[in-house]
Design a protein. Structure first.
Length: 428
């Protein structure tokens, strides 16, 4: 049986009779709902705008979208009416999106069903609204567990001692619980990054003071890994290279603000420990064998499948993409240097995501997003800022800044050339 064309890959203006007969306001409402969903699920500006334009055209509408990380402006008109008669503009204020692969796939499926005539516009709109159902206790518990597992896995990838791995995992669980609590407390959510930095720094210092020595800064950064804005930095530069200058600049500023808030919290914890007289034992040791790193890759891939809220049937795909991206970067870096390995991983991941989208008629984000998550430079940025603040020396963070720039350039270059290698027929 032939596959139906994707809503976000076929911008053909051909409109079915039943869709053309739907009310103008009803069609606009559906496009708006799709746009809000894509924004909420972490879609970048260029992909969101391309998808919205394609959906609108299939519904017999002309749409000029403008997206940024905290809102959208969409102008609609009916090409069958005289110019200016049907012009409608909607301004929508939105919170910054967060990656949710299951809901992204569901929104894509619902939109395709509407375009293919399998469901009506009103029914499709209702199905999109049903995606707002909050997760149950099991889903919330899995998110907290994902925070802890991701932190421990990153510590394992760095081959830290077992006490360091356990400490990072414990802090990750605490931060996951804080993130869960902040979802219903706006003031806590606003200060959540700084509070997480305080928790990470103070718990690490307490363990190093009363239990045993730690790689203190490294453990703190591993514990905060899920909150680091490496993906936001990558998306920001990607949007800038795609000429979405306002969205890219805003996203870049938001990522830097997150790094600063995490640094502020961490430094507060370090200074408070000095005031109360705690003296942590610090060591530089990475004694773990190869099998620990291999196990950490599997655990990290599973953790990000949980944190990206993938559907259970897609866990294997997300894990394979995350592990594959890391391994290509790891061994490619040994052959051609660190930035070269990142470039190769981003290139393969981007091309594989586009190929998957072309042949499966599902969002390529299932491969593209997890494939680069272990490559993003968030931890390097945080380490550089922490060193800068601790030593009060601009030269202390310069090496980290250069490493961040090199990694970002390699990532974005890989994504761009991956799109050239295998063209994207879908925007998601």
């Amino acid at each position: 049986m032939a596959k139906t064309p994707s809503v976000v890959s076929d911008p053909s203006p051909t409109v079915r009779a039943d869709v053309a007969g739907a009310g103008y306001a009803e069609r606009i409402a559906f496009v708006l709902e799709v746009a809000e969903r894509l924004h909420a699920y972490g879609t970048t500006a260029q992909r969101l705008e391309g998808a919205v334009v394609a959906v609108a055209q299939r519904l017999g509408l002309e749409c000029e979208p403008w997206s940024n990380p905290t809102g959208m402006i969409l102008s609609f008109s009916d090409p069958r009416r005289p110019g200016g008669v049907s012009d409608t503009t909607r301004v929508i204020r939105l919170a910054p999106g967060d990656t949710d692969l299951r809901k992204l796939c569901e929104a894509d499926r619902i939109a395709e069903d509407v375009m293919a005539g399998r469901v009506g516009i009103a029914e499709g709109h209702a199905q999109l609204i049903q995606l707002d159902r909050p997760p149950g206790w099991r889903g919330r518990a899995m998110q907290v567990f994902g925070f802890g597992l991701a932190s421990a896995a990153v510590a394992g990838l760095l081959r830290l001692p077992w006490l360091d791995i356990a400490t990072a995992g414990l802090i990750g669980l605490m931060i996951g619980a804080l993130e869960l609590a902040s979802q219903t407390r706006p003031r806590l959510q606003e200060a959540g990054d700084a509070v997480s930095g305080v928790i990470a720094g103070f718990v690490a210092i307490a363990v190093a003071s009363f239990i045993g020595p730690l790689n203190l800064n490294t453990v703190t950064i591993a514990a905060l890994i899920v909150l680091l804005p490496g993906m936001s930095l990558t998306n920001a530069v990607n949007e800038l290279t795609s000429r979405h200058l306002v969205s890219g600049t805003a996203r870049f500023a938001g990522a830097l603000t997150t790094v600063l808030k995490l640094t502020i919290g961490t430094v507060i914890a370090f200074k408070a420990a000095e005031v109360i007289g705690l003296h942590p034992e610090i060591r530089g040791s990475r004694p773990q064998p190869d099998w620990v790193e291999a196990l950490a890759v599997v655990c990290g891939a599973f953790a990000f499948a949980v944190l990206f809220r993938a559907a259970r049937r897609d866990y294997w795909l997300v894990m394979l993409a995350a592990a594959g991206g890391y391994l290509i970067s790891r061994f490619g870096g040994q052959a051609v240097g660190g930035p070269g390995g990142v470039f190769l991983a981003a290139l393969v991941t981007s091309a594989a995501g586009n190929a998957y989208a072309r042949f499966s008629q599902r969002p390529g984000a299932l491969i593209r997003v997890p494939g680069i998550i272990m490559l993003v430079p968030g931890s390097i940025a945080l380490r550089g800022v922490i060193n800068l603040v601790q030593q009060q020396d601009i030269g202390a963070g310069s090496d980290a800044a250069i490493a961040v720039i090199n990694t970002l350039m390699a990532l974005v270059a890989g994504l761009l050339f991956g799109n050239l290698l295998v063209s994207a027929r879908r925007n998601l």
